[in-house]
Ligand binder design. Structure first.
Ligand code: URA
Length: 239
Protein backbone atom coordinates (compact mmCIF):
# COMPACT_ATOMS: atom_id res chain seq x y z
CA UNK A 1 0.00 0.00 0.00
CA UNK A 2 1.18 3.54 -0.71
CA UNK A 3 2.52 5.30 2.38
CA UNK A 4 0.27 8.35 1.84
CA UNK A 5 -2.82 6.15 1.52
CA UNK A 6 -1.92 4.21 4.64
CA UNK A 7 -1.47 7.33 6.76
CA UNK A 8 -4.58 8.99 5.35
CA UNK A 9 -6.60 5.80 6.01
CA UNK A 10 -5.44 5.92 9.59
CA UNK A 11 -6.76 9.45 9.97
CA UNK A 12 -3.48 11.37 9.95
CA UNK A 13 -4.98 13.89 7.54
CA UNK A 14 -6.02 14.19 3.91
CA UNK A 15 -3.70 12.83 1.23
CA UNK A 16 -2.48 16.46 0.76
CA UNK A 17 -1.81 16.95 4.48
CA UNK A 18 -0.05 13.60 4.66
CA UNK A 19 2.15 14.66 1.73
CA UNK A 20 3.26 17.67 3.79
CA UNK A 21 4.02 15.40 6.75
CA UNK A 22 6.15 13.22 4.52
CA UNK A 23 7.95 16.24 3.05
CA UNK A 24 8.81 17.43 6.55
CA UNK A 25 10.74 14.20 7.18
CA UNK A 26 8.47 13.09 10.04
CA UNK A 27 7.88 9.63 8.61
CA UNK A 28 10.27 6.71 8.72
CA UNK A 29 9.88 3.24 7.24
CA UNK A 30 12.17 0.71 8.89
CA UNK A 31 14.19 3.60 10.37
CA UNK A 32 14.72 5.32 7.03
CA UNK A 33 13.10 8.71 6.35
CA UNK A 34 10.61 8.47 3.50
CA UNK A 35 9.54 11.65 1.73
CA UNK A 36 8.00 10.17 -1.39
CA UNK A 37 4.20 9.85 -1.06
CA UNK A 38 4.19 7.14 -3.73
CA UNK A 39 6.50 4.84 -1.79
CA UNK A 40 4.91 1.46 -1.14
CA UNK A 41 4.93 -0.10 2.32
CA UNK A 42 4.35 -3.72 3.21
CA UNK A 43 2.16 -3.24 6.28
CA UNK A 44 2.72 -6.85 7.37
CA UNK A 45 6.51 -6.72 7.55
CA UNK A 46 7.64 -3.09 7.64
CA UNK A 47 7.53 -0.67 10.56
CA UNK A 48 6.26 2.82 9.96
CA UNK A 49 6.98 5.53 12.51
CA UNK A 50 5.64 9.07 12.69
CA UNK A 51 7.73 11.49 14.74
CA UNK A 52 9.41 8.47 16.30
CA UNK A 53 6.15 6.72 17.28
CA UNK A 54 5.31 3.41 15.65
CA UNK A 55 2.12 3.56 13.61
CA UNK A 56 -0.04 0.46 13.94
CA UNK A 57 -1.86 -0.48 10.77
CA UNK A 58 -4.65 -3.01 10.57
CA UNK A 59 -6.35 -3.77 7.34
CA UNK A 60 -9.48 -5.02 9.05
CA UNK A 61 -11.32 -4.08 12.17
CA UNK A 62 -13.84 -6.33 13.94
CA UNK A 63 -16.06 -4.87 16.63
CA UNK A 64 -18.85 -6.23 18.80
CA UNK A 65 -21.39 -3.66 19.97
CA UNK A 66 -24.19 -3.97 22.48
CA UNK A 67 -26.56 -1.90 20.37
CA UNK A 68 -28.93 0.33 22.30
CA UNK A 69 -32.47 1.21 21.25
CA UNK A 70 -33.00 4.41 19.24
CA UNK A 71 -29.91 3.98 17.05
CA UNK A 72 -29.95 2.91 13.41
CA UNK A 73 -27.95 -0.05 12.08
CA UNK A 74 -26.60 2.02 9.21
CA UNK A 75 -23.41 3.87 8.32
CA UNK A 76 -25.06 7.26 7.97
CA UNK A 77 -28.42 8.92 8.23
CA UNK A 78 -29.60 12.52 7.91
CA UNK A 79 -31.77 12.62 10.98
CA UNK A 80 -31.01 9.68 13.26
CA UNK A 81 -27.92 8.60 15.15
CA UNK A 82 -26.27 5.49 13.69
CA UNK A 83 -24.19 2.75 15.28
CA UNK A 84 -21.16 4.17 13.44
CA UNK A 85 -21.70 7.54 15.16
CA UNK A 86 -21.19 5.69 18.46
CA UNK A 87 -17.66 4.62 17.46
CA UNK A 88 -14.47 6.46 18.41
CA UNK A 89 -12.87 8.38 15.53
CA UNK A 90 -9.87 6.02 15.64
CA UNK A 91 -12.26 3.17 14.74
CA UNK A 92 -14.37 5.15 12.28
CA UNK A 93 -11.29 5.78 10.11
CA UNK A 94 -11.41 2.11 9.07
CA UNK A 95 -14.83 2.80 7.50
CA UNK A 96 -16.60 -0.13 9.15
CA UNK A 97 -20.26 -1.01 8.61
CA UNK A 98 -22.77 -3.10 10.55
CA UNK A 99 -23.05 -6.79 9.62
CA UNK A 100 -26.77 -6.95 8.89
CA UNK A 101 -29.41 -4.90 10.60
CA UNK A 102 -31.12 -4.77 13.93
CA UNK A 103 -34.29 -2.69 14.09
CA UNK A 104 -34.05 0.74 15.69
CA UNK A 105 -35.82 -0.58 18.80
CA UNK A 106 -33.81 -3.85 19.00
CA UNK A 107 -30.88 -4.13 21.40
CA UNK A 108 -27.95 -6.47 21.61
CA UNK A 109 -25.18 -8.04 19.64
CA UNK A 110 -24.17 -6.25 16.47
CA UNK A 111 -20.95 -7.00 14.63
CA UNK A 112 -19.31 -4.07 12.89
CA UNK A 113 -16.43 -4.58 10.48
CA UNK A 114 -14.83 -3.41 7.26
CA UNK A 115 -14.18 -7.01 6.19
CA UNK A 116 -16.71 -7.28 3.38
CA UNK A 117 -15.93 -10.91 2.65
CA UNK A 118 -16.54 -12.05 6.21
CA UNK A 119 -19.70 -9.95 6.47
CA UNK A 120 -20.99 -11.38 3.22
CA UNK A 121 -20.40 -14.94 4.37
CA UNK A 122 -22.06 -14.32 7.72
CA UNK A 123 -25.13 -12.88 6.02
CA UNK A 124 -25.37 -15.28 3.10
CA UNK A 125 -28.66 -17.20 3.28
CA UNK A 126 -26.76 -20.26 2.05
CA UNK A 127 -24.63 -20.38 5.21
CA UNK A 128 -27.57 -20.59 7.63
CA UNK A 129 -25.69 -18.78 10.39
CA UNK A 130 -27.90 -19.05 13.49
CA UNK A 131 -28.91 -15.91 15.35
CA UNK A 132 -30.48 -16.16 18.77
CA UNK A 133 -32.81 -13.55 20.22
CA UNK A 134 -34.25 -13.01 23.66
CA UNK A 135 -37.72 -11.47 23.50
CA UNK A 136 -40.60 -10.45 25.70
CA UNK A 137 -43.89 -11.34 24.05
CA UNK A 138 -47.28 -9.83 24.69
CA UNK A 139 -49.31 -13.03 25.02
CA UNK A 140 -48.96 -16.53 26.37
CA UNK A 141 -46.42 -18.43 24.31
CA UNK A 142 -47.17 -22.15 24.37
CA UNK A 143 -46.18 -25.53 23.00
CA UNK A 144 -48.27 -24.96 19.86
CA UNK A 145 -46.06 -21.96 19.04
CA UNK A 146 -42.92 -24.03 19.62
CA UNK A 147 -44.26 -26.60 17.17
CA UNK A 148 -45.36 -24.00 14.62
CA UNK A 149 -41.93 -22.32 14.69
CA UNK A 150 -40.19 -25.72 14.42
CA UNK A 151 -42.05 -26.30 11.16
CA UNK A 152 -41.77 -22.74 9.89
CA UNK A 153 -44.52 -20.13 9.82
CA UNK A 154 -46.05 -18.08 7.02
CA UNK A 155 -45.24 -14.37 7.20
CA UNK A 156 -47.60 -11.56 6.15
CA UNK A 157 -46.15 -11.52 2.62
CA UNK A 158 -46.65 -15.28 2.16
CA UNK A 159 -43.01 -16.21 2.83
CA UNK A 160 -42.58 -19.57 4.57
CA UNK A 161 -39.82 -19.26 7.13
CA UNK A 162 -37.22 -21.92 7.76
CA UNK A 163 -37.64 -23.78 11.05
CA UNK A 164 -36.89 -21.74 14.15
CA UNK A 165 -36.04 -23.10 17.58
CA UNK A 166 -38.30 -21.52 20.18
CA UNK A 167 -37.63 -21.92 23.89
CA UNK A 168 -40.13 -20.69 26.45
CA UNK A 169 -38.31 -19.21 29.44
CA UNK A 170 -41.41 -17.90 31.19
CA UNK A 171 -45.01 -18.18 30.04
CA UNK A 172 -47.80 -15.83 31.12
CA UNK A 173 -49.76 -12.87 29.78
CA UNK A 174 -46.25 -11.64 29.03
CA UNK A 175 -43.82 -14.40 28.06
CA UNK A 176 -40.03 -14.49 27.95
CA UNK A 177 -38.61 -16.56 25.12
CA UNK A 178 -35.45 -17.36 23.18
CA UNK A 179 -35.69 -17.88 19.44
CA UNK A 180 -32.94 -19.13 17.14
CA UNK A 181 -33.37 -18.53 13.42
CA UNK A 182 -31.03 -19.05 10.51
CA UNK A 183 -32.30 -16.33 8.18
CA UNK A 184 -32.59 -12.59 8.37
CA UNK A 185 -35.77 -11.42 6.71
CA UNK A 186 -36.92 -7.88 7.46
CA UNK A 187 -38.41 -7.74 11.00
CA UNK A 188 -38.31 -11.53 10.98
CA UNK A 189 -38.75 -12.24 14.70
CA UNK A 190 -41.56 -9.71 15.07
CA UNK A 191 -43.32 -11.05 11.97
CA UNK A 192 -42.95 -14.67 13.09
CA UNK A 193 -44.78 -13.83 16.30
CA UNK A 194 -47.40 -11.87 14.37
CA UNK A 195 -47.93 -15.03 12.32
CA UNK A 196 -49.05 -16.80 15.52
CA UNK A 197 -51.13 -13.85 16.73
CA UNK A 198 -48.69 -12.37 19.25
CA UNK A 199 -46.48 -9.35 19.40
CA UNK A 200 -42.90 -8.65 20.45
CA UNK A 201 -42.58 -5.92 23.07
CA UNK A 202 -38.83 -6.20 23.64
CA UNK A 203 -36.15 -7.73 21.43
CA UNK A 204 -32.48 -8.35 22.07
CA UNK A 205 -30.00 -10.36 19.98
CA UNK A 206 -27.92 -12.53 22.28
CA UNK A 207 -25.77 -14.45 19.80
CA UNK A 208 -24.67 -14.65 16.19
CA UNK A 209 -23.03 -17.83 14.93
CA UNK A 210 -20.41 -18.86 17.49
CA UNK A 211 -20.35 -15.49 19.27
CA UNK A 212 -22.45 -14.71 22.32
CA UNK A 213 -23.10 -11.11 23.34
CA UNK A 214 -20.38 -9.98 25.75
CA UNK A 215 -22.55 -9.13 28.73
CA UNK A 216 -19.90 -6.89 30.25
CA UNK A 217 -20.67 -4.39 27.47
CA UNK A 218 -23.15 -1.73 28.56
CA UNK A 219 -25.72 -0.62 25.99
CA UNK A 220 -23.91 1.53 23.41
CA UNK A 221 -20.49 0.13 24.35
CA UNK A 222 -18.35 -1.94 22.04
CA UNK A 223 -15.03 -3.72 21.93
CA UNK A 224 -12.70 -5.26 19.39
CA UNK A 225 -13.06 -8.97 18.85
CA UNK A 226 -10.10 -11.02 20.03
CA UNK A 227 -8.01 -12.85 17.44
CA UNK A 228 -9.61 -16.09 18.61
CA UNK A 229 -13.11 -14.73 18.12
CA UNK A 230 -12.24 -13.60 14.60
CA UNK A 231 -10.86 -17.07 13.85
CA UNK A 232 -14.05 -18.64 15.27
CA UNK A 233 -16.13 -16.51 12.93
CA UNK A 234 -13.93 -17.33 9.95
CA UNK A 235 -13.95 -21.07 10.64
CA UNK A 236 -17.68 -20.98 11.16
CA UNK A 237 -18.22 -20.01 7.52
CA UNK A 238 -16.71 -23.11 6.03
CA UNK A 239 -18.75 -25.66 8.01
N1 URA B 1 -36.04 -9.66 13.90
C1 URA B 1 -36.72 -8.51 14.10
O1 URA B 1 -37.94 -8.49 14.04
N2 URA B 1 -36.03 -7.40 14.39
C2 URA B 1 -34.69 -7.37 14.52
O2 URA B 1 -34.12 -6.32 14.81
C3 URA B 1 -33.99 -8.57 14.32
C4 URA B 1 -34.68 -9.70 14.00
Amino acid sequence: MRIDKMLANLGYGSRKEVKQLLKSGAVKVDDVVVKDAKQHVDTATQTVALNGEVVEYKEFIYLMMNKPQGVLSATEDNSCETVIDLLEMEDQVYEPFPVGRLDKDTEGLLLITNDGQLAHRLLSPKKHVPKTYFAVIDGEVDAADVEAFAEGVTLDDGYETKPGELKILKSGIRSDIELTITEGKFHQVKRMFEAVGKSVVYLQRISMGPLPLDETLELGEYRELTGEEVELLRDYQVK
